[in-house]
Design a protein around this ligand. Sequence first.
Ligand code: PGA
Length: 260
Amino acid sequence: MCYNKLMKTYIVGNWKLNFTVGEASIYLHKLLKAMPNYRDIDVIVAPSTIALQPLSLQVDRHKIKLAAQNGFYRDYGAFTGETSFSQLRGIVDYAIIGHSERRYIFREDDKMVMRKVAAAIRNKITPILCIGETESERTFGETADVIRDQLSGGLSEVGDDDIDKVIIAYEPVWAISSAKSAKLATPDEVADAVALIRKTLKDLYGKAGENVPVLFGGSVNPSNAGAYLTVPGVNGLLVGGSSLILSEFVDIIETAKRVR
Ligand code: PGA
């Protein structure tokens, strides 16, 4: 069962660099039609930046919410190619921040991630802060240090009053489907990491830290979603590849309803 029955379940589809604006719009149309309105499940999709504005006019926010996959921490200025959280304000409700592809391909460090988390909150956008160790960090026994460092680093500008505006996603880099030799994380491995995340949140924020939703991501699909959703402390899923296939994403949402 979920860590806190009063807490919602979050199912987030991270579309990464996939779908044209037209394809994204057709997918959203079909998803809105296929999906019942589950009050206790927040379904969120994260299209490419270019699709966010048109999709924000199309989406029924009672059913589905939009997330940005990234954003820049300064609100305006000479930052060619960037999109700020102040520009995203009102268009998205959530933003994925610190995804491992941003950290390792685009070299975002904890300081950059920390600034982005703060900028999102400042602009009334809920950050979904992604953390997780690489395969070699796990092999060298550094998993706990990495989790603690990325969590406290990413949250270092977030005060006690704002921690309830944050979502954490645990995504071990070696379990993400695009990793060279992706392996499935076992529910026990997820449980250990999530327990550490919860302990760290409690150490940092006391009681307020207890209500932070923690999601899991890494090769989630319809056949393993139920197992991950029933790991103690897990409040939802961040789904990449499987979220691109409408029937699979709907199946995962229905699984969430069933096991909740
Ligand atoms: P995956 O991606 O489900 O394809 O492993 C998850 C993610 O990178 O957020």
